[in-house]
Design a protein. Structure first.
Length: 559
């Protein structure tokens, strides 16, 4: 721009016989002339410039002229200048950028040709400014995400290179957090492009609020975001990750409804995860993939939400705990030999204020998909233990309370501490608690062994639920500290070969474990199970799941 102004001023000086030419930038007070050219062929880029009173600034299309004919205009120019002409430099958007000036310390009378020439010069300056602005915008668009106005993938790559070189030079460290927002594609398919863009805007604002000093947020492609974090600033990356997950526990507002989405975060650190950029970035994406895969592997494709109604239902499920819409029913379990009550299985029910009773097979997969299963699972465990202790305190022998653990609960590294805390808080003896897991949870042998051994050290009982329904292997029964095995009800149906349940009962007994049959509905099934020495059973033949009130009245005969 400096070259352009010099050419403009040089050309104007050939026709207007004034000593100095300048571009004054508009402001709310006295204006400093930033660019000055005089007839001695000197071009000066002034620091503070020459002060001009704001009365000479052009605010519209009309020029301002002070010369020997301007007897009625009482404006005092600085530094002895007495002749002045100023024309507005108007940009394409209609705003006045500044005033193109010609001025001198000697009297001068401006002609119409002088005014016309100054207007032409001002138009040329505005044209060049607009072009430069456009070029700057194009340059910026390469590095800025147009939706969120966050730096984009190109800028992320540039910054990562800059940060890496600086960290190596200064012997510092940094972290890369890559994130992908879950369920954006589903919402895009259900509600359209505008809704998914609105959601991503909300996400970007929340993440920006979490960005601590020394961290930069980037919008990558699709549903991906990234943080670069300078570790030497004393930032705790683990806390930032925790904050990210916590902010996604809150609802987003879309299409006049509260919805809940999730986020996965992968972290790579320099220099811990590698000496070069590719290694650090690969580590972060590898961690992201493992987190994402761990979440997806827990659910079947049938649990995928396929309508916006499900999103709204999920939001209502999150509020159900606060609204006391969730409750526990208990199904009695009996010893087949003595026919005495030996335990109760806690089964969750959701009484929706409008839809009525929502079956567990509809809302449990939804809870697992959205991570709310953690809160629901803890509530079930705490409520069941509290109720069991209350019965025991009143002399009611309710037997062992069985509580199902979800896959995500079993994967939770804090599971042991949570169970321990609940037992301490409710004062329930651990021998009265039986935790049920499914076969699929035992597929990660190392993790399952650690969790089960730690639970056994608390003194609780462990059962395998729905045995034979999924991944069946007697090898893990032999290696894991399991107390009971529950046979899936499909094996004891009268139209199915009974050799399989017979073999399961025999094998489990040889391993020193108890056998519980679930879904027992007929007397024939009971007799078969007794004949083959099955230990316990539950099902509609004995009792359907009952509310606390019905259980106390029909089974415990209280009140």
């Amino acid at each position: 721009m400096e070259i352009v102004l010099k050419q403009v001023f040089s050309l104007a000086s050939q026709y207007i016989r004034l000593n100095s030419f300048a571009l004054a930038l508009n402001s709310n007070s006295r204006t400093s002339v930033q660019e000055v050219y005089n007839r001695k062929d000197e071009y000066v880029k002034m620091g503070d410039g020459l002060p001009l009173p704001r009365e000479v600034l052009c605010k519209g299309e009309d020029p301002v002229i002070i010369d020997s004919t301007s007897r009625d205009i009482k404006i005092h120019l600085a530094d002895g200048f007495i002749s002045f002409i100023g024309v507005p430099v108007v940009l394409q958007d209609g705003s006045v950028y500044g005033t193109l000036c010609a001025l001198d310390k000697v009297p001068y009378s401006f002609s119409d040709e002088d005014v016309s020439l100054m207007k032409t010069m001002a138009f040329f300056v505005s044209y060049m400014l607009d072009r430069n602005t456009l070029e700057e915008q194009l340059e910026q668009s390469i590095r800025v995400d147009m939706l969120t106005h966050l730096p984009n993938k190109v800028r992320f790559s540039e910054c990562l290179t800059e940060w890496h070189l600086e960290a190596k030079r200064e012997k510092q460290s940094y972290s890369v957090l890559v994130m992908n927002v879950k369920r954006v594609k589903e919402l895009h398919e259900l509600l359209g492009y505008q809704a998914s863009e609105d959601l991503l805007l909300q996400v970007s604002k929340r993440l920006l609020q979490l960005a601590p000093d020394g961290a930069e947020l980037f919008k990558l492609e699709g549903d991906e975001f990234a943080f670069l974090v300078r570790s030497e600033k004393g930032l705790h990356v683990a806390q930032l990750v925790e904050d990210i997950y916590m902010t996604f526990d809150k609802a987003f507002y879309l299409n006049e409804s509260d919805i809940y989405i999730g986020i996965n975060v992968g972290v790579g650190r320099f220099p811990e995860d590698g000496n070069d950029i590719d290694s650090v970035l690969l580590k972060s994406y590898d961690a992201l993939a493992r987190v994402s895969q761990r979440g997806r592997s827990l659910f079947s494709s049938s649990s995928t939400l396929d309508s916006f109604e499900h999103f709204k239902m999920e939001a209502e499920l999150r509020k159900a705990l606060q609204r006391s819409e969730l409750t526990l029913f208990y199904q009695p379990q009996y010893d087949l030999l003595s026919e005495n009550l030996v335990g109760l299985e806690a089964l969750i029910r959701w009484f929706h204020p409008v839809k009525g009773l929502v079956p567990p097979d509809q809302f449990i997969p939804m809870a697992e998909e959205s991570e709310v299963i953690h809160q629901i699972g803890e509530w079930v465990l705490f409520t069941a233990c509290t109720q069991a202790k209350e019965w025991l305190d009143h002399g009611v022998e309710c037997g062992m309370i069985s509580v199902n653990l979800s896959s995500k609960q079993f994967l939770d590294k804090q599971l042991i501490n949570k169970v321990k805390w609940i037992l301490q808080e409710t004062s329930l003896p651990p021998t009265y608690l039986n935790l049920e897991i499914t076969e699929s949870m035992a597929m990660d042998v190392h993790h399952a062994m650690e969790q089960l051994n730690a639970l056994k050290q608390l003194g609780v009982m462990i059962s395998i639920d729905d045995f034979g329904k999924g991944y069946s292997s007697f090898s893990y029964l032999y290696n894991f500290p399991i107390d009971k095995v529950k046979i899936d009800k499909s094996f004891i149906e009268t139209d199915k070969p009974l050799a399989i349940p017979q073999a399961i009962i025999s094998m489990v007994h040889h391993l020193g474990m108890g056998v519980v049959a679930e879904g027992v509905e007929t007397k024939e099934q009971v007799e078969f199970l007794k004949q083959h020495h099955c230990d316990e059973a539950q099902g509609y033949y004995f009792s359907k799941p009952l509310s606390v009130e019905s259980l106390e009245k029909e089974i415990f005969h209280i009140g």
